[in-house]
Every structure is written in C-alpha cells, then in structure tokens.
Design a protein around this ligand. Structure first.
Ligand SMILES: C[S@@+](CC[C@H](N)C(=O)[O-])C[C@H]1O[C@@H](n2cnc3c(N)ncnc32)[C@H](O)[C@@H]1O
Length: 364
C-alpha cells in the first residue's frame, strides 16, 4: 500500500520549516529549502523514527506527525514542480495543514486534510475483488457469507471509532469480526441457532484490541425488540445498519419458515425484508447509512432482479439512495462442471450468467 513505509517527523520542527518557506518571498530560496527537506525524507534510514503500523488517520500525537513516505515525497515533488511563488506557497500551505490539523466529517474518521493517504478506501462503484480477506479470524466456513472487505469498507466510510453497527443477518459473524478489528461496536442477529452459536464462539475467540462490544444474538430480525436490545447496551440508536439477507431461495439456510430464504414467493421475500427495514429504521441515527448486500436470481428463463425490488422497497420508506455498487461474484467454490453447465444454458437460453451482486447504499 505504502511501499516506503511511514515516516514520523517532529511536528514542531516540520511546521517551523514550512512556516519559514511560507514567510519567504524568494522563490529560489523556498525551492532550495523544500529540495533540502525532500532529500532528507528520501534518504531517511529505518530506525527509531520509523513506524510500520498501518495509518488509518488515527489522531497523531501532538509532538509527532506520521506520513506515508511515498505520499510526503509526492507532495514535496508537487511543490517543486510549480513555477510561481503563489502556487508554491499554496501547496506548502496545504502540506502544513495536513501536518498541523485533523479535519474529519460527521460520519467517519477520514482526515480530509490527508485524503490522499487512504488508498485502501474504494470510491468507485465497480468492485472487482480478486481475493477474499481471509486474514485474522476470518475463515470462509459459512456458505453464503460475504467477504470481509464489504463490512470493512462500509465501516471506514460510514462510522467513527467506537460507534455502533447493527447487522440483521449476521450469519457467521463476518461483520462482527470486522468491528473488532476496526474498533466499532457491533450487534448481529441470526435466526439459525447453530450458526449463531458458532459465530458467537468465533467472535469470542478473536482478538479485541479496541475493547468493543461484539454480540451475536439469536433471533428473528422481523420481531426483535430493538429498543430493548439497544437500551440494554446503553444506546438508543446505531450509526450503521448492514443487511445481507438470503438472496431469496438461492441458498436455503434452514427449514424455519421465519427464514427469509423460505419466503413463499419473491413478493413475500420483498415484503418480509421491507418489514425488517421498517423495524430498524427508528434505531438508525438520521443522516446515517443503511447498506444492503444482495444478488439477483434466475428462475424458469427469467431474470428476477431481487436487488432492484429491495432497492425500491427501501426507497419507498423514505431513504435516499446514495450509491449502487456492483461487486463481482465470488465463484471460487462453484464446481467446474456447474460453470460449464451454466455456460451451456446461457448459450441456449439467450441470457447472461450473473457474475455480480449489489451493495445498495442508503442514507436515512
Ligand atoms: C446471506 S446470509 C448472511 C451471511 C453473513 N453476511 C456472513 O458473512 O456470514 C443470511 C443469513 O440470514 C439468516 N436469516 C434468514 N432469515 C432471518 C431472519 N428472519 N432473522 C435473522 N436472520 C435470518 C440466515 O440464517 C443466514 O445466516
């Protein structure tokens, strides 16, 4: 990500050098000063001043400031590439801001004065993920789970450290494992008792470096008493809701008729899903986000756009659609013969095999 690692600078010294440049009206002198700084950053040897921990815009200490070295070098190069004093001062002032102050918005911890450093955060609507993140406690044991990158991206964009996330179909607990990693509190609801128990065990064994809450509750998301559940944890609302329902009956998760994968029809599935949205809405803070992960299905020669049906059902409840993300479908588990059979069917039937699912993003 940042191939040259991070460099930690003495903040006061660094700011003083930039201030000197800003006070100087001799362009050549300013450029010489910046070139000298760049040379220091370029040759900096690993040692006490180095830090290799990933940088998530965590508040920097007063005395020190950390920069990915490649980003700092690029900033200094940008200053050196300008030809006028005004432009040179403009870029120096911007670098000064990056080193001096943290500027975050209301819904996440992204330091907007240092936005260039967040290359981990995806901002495009097409996600082609080559690999699932199987690091740490994430194991892809549950058929029908989602890749950890989904809750990871959602939490970095739509929550702050220490805020609360609700997942109404938590399955194997992927969302909660990500909560532990990123320091968000999480509540996950799962209908299937065996799966809930297993998820609870996995979450309990995973490291919890930020000391957050990560609870798996067994229950039917349609009837859970959300007010009580949140009150027990000392909160009235959450800041992000993640929903990864069954894609109707594509995978039947249980024999339980409360399970959305057993909904009698597509209409019933959409209605039941919409009921859950209606129930959780009062418990999602206004201005915050609801993310739905859903794929379509194919029945008797017809493409059934489950994603679009759910999208409309949520819009009808007053939510603002913020983005439709298209994510490639992880098919590594599909057997080769199955793939060939589908290809044959597609050629015969005049359709395309779906290779994608959606992440529908709404703002309350
Ligand atoms: C697509 S999976 C979610 C997987 C999860 N994101 C993960 O990474 O493991 C959907 C889950 O919803 C559960 N489910 C179905 N109906 C439910 C309901 N009414 N209330 C709560 N959970 C339900 C199923 O048992 C299944 O585990």
């Amino acid at each position: 990500m940042h191939p040259l690692g991070h460099i930690i600078l003495n903040r006061v010294d660094f700011l003083a050098q930039l201030d000197a440049c800003l006070a100087d009206v001799n362009l050549d002198a300013v450029r010489a000063h910046i070139a000298e700084l760049r040379a220091q950053v370029a040759v900096w040897e690993p040692g006490g001043i180095w830090d290799t921990t990933p940088f998530h815009g965590a508040p920097t200490e007063d005395a020190r400031v950390a920069f990915p070295r490649d980003v700092l070098l690029a900033d200094l190069d940008q200053i050196l590439a300008t030809r006028t004093l005004q432009r040179t001062h403009y870029y120096i002032a911007r670098l000064r801001k990056a080193a001096a102050e943290v500027r975050t918005g209301k819904i996440n911890d992204i330091n907007l004065n240092r936005w260039k450093e967040y290359d981990e955060i995806i901002t495009d609507s097409l996600w082609v993920m080559e690999r699932r993140d199987n690091s740490g406690a994430h194991k892809a044991w549950y058929w029908g789970n989602f890749i950890p990158q989904i809750p990871h991206q959602m939490m970095l964009r739509y929550t702050k450290h220490g805020e609360w996330v609700l997942d109404t179909f938590v399955g194997s607990g992927t969302t909660l494992l990500e909560c532990l990693r990123l320091g968000r509190n999480g509540i996950g609801i799962e209908l299937n008792a065996d799966i809930a128990a297993r998820a609870r065990e996995i979450v309990a064994e995973a490291p919890n470096p930020h000391g957050v809450v990560a609870d798996v509750l067994e229950g039917d998301s349609r009837v859970v008493d959300y007010a009580a559940l949140l009150a027990e944890r000392g909160i009235a609302q959450v800041q992000l809701v993640l929903m990864h329902p069954p894609y109707h009956d594509i995978i039947r998760f249980s024999e339980d008729n409360r399970d959305l994968s057993n909904a009698a029809s597509v209409d019933a599935f959409v209605t039941q899903f919409a009921e859950i949205v209606a129930r959780v809405t009062p418990f999602l803070e206004r201005g915050r986000y609801l993310a739905i992960v859903i794929g379509d299905k194919y029945v008797k020669g017809e493409w059934i756009p489950l994603g679009f049906y759910l999208m409309q059902a949520v819009q009808a409840q007053g939510y603002t659609l913020k983005s439709i993300i298209v994510k490639n479908f992880d098919e590594t588990r599909a057997k080769r013969e199955q793939k060939e059979l589908w290809r044959y069917r597609a050629l015969v039937g005049g359709f395309y095999i779906f290779k994608h699912e959606y992440i529908l993003l709404f703002r309350r």
